[in-house]
Unconditional design. Structure first.
Ligand code: AR6
Length: 168
């Protein structure tokens, strides 16, 4: 499974074709990784995203990377965890699936994901990690155009959760 990598660090610094943003439905910025991406990409990003008309939970939209090294930013909106009875697992899987679909449509070969929904949106980390890895593995069974998926972990706890799954 060398097509899947885990890395610790700041997703905005990666030299990949696309980074994924854990955004909110407005696509106009926020805290966490979203805030970091908007700060690093510069004010042109919010100007561009205003024209995208928002994004529903589980869906994904694409923008240029502007000032970051990645050529594209794929903005997806994870579900807010509210106990697991509101389709949260399916919606989180949709984030990975729809982001990868958009990546293929845009000729992206290397893509980095943050741990969507596991911060402010409170999705339980271990379950979120299983969904993320599961969707990417499923995707690789059917698609050969993407060469690398990197899971970027901002903290040690997240890094260990991915490590446990991928080294198993
Ligand atoms: N690089 C990689 N990962 C990061 C970075 C970074 N620079 N900064 C934080 N993380 P969160 P969510 C990790 O809260 O739960 C925003 O306000 C973070 O440690 O960013 O999907 C949006 O506008 C955690 O592991 O996203 C939405 O309103 C992971 O990224 C809301 O938060 C996701 O945490 C989305 O919440």
């Amino acid at each position: 499974m060398e097509k899947i990598e885990i890395q610790k660090g700041d997703i905005t610094e990666l030299n990949v074709d696309a980074i994924v943003n854990a955004a909110n439905t407005s696509l106009l910025g926020g805290g966490g990784v979203d805030g970091a991406i908007h700060r690093a990409a510069g004010p042109e990003l919010v100007e561009f995203n205003r024209k995208l008309g928002g994004c529903q939970t589980g869906e994904a939209k694409i923008s240029p990377g502007f000032k970051i090294p990645a050529k594209f930013i794929i903005h997806t909106v994870g579900p807010v965890w509210s106990g697991g009875k509101n389709n949260e697992e399916i919606l989180l899987a949709n984030c990975y699936r729809n982001s990868l679909k958009l990546a293929v449509e845009n000729g992206i070969k290397t893509i980095a994901f943050p741990a969507i929904s596991t911060g402010v949106y409170r999705f339980p980390l271990e379950r979120a990690t299983e969904i993320a890895v599961g969707e990417v593995k499923k995707f690789f069974k059917k698609n050969e155009s993407i060469e690398k998926v990197i899971f970027v972990c901002f903290d040690e706890k997240t890094f260990q959760a991915y490590k446990k799954l991928l080294n198993a």
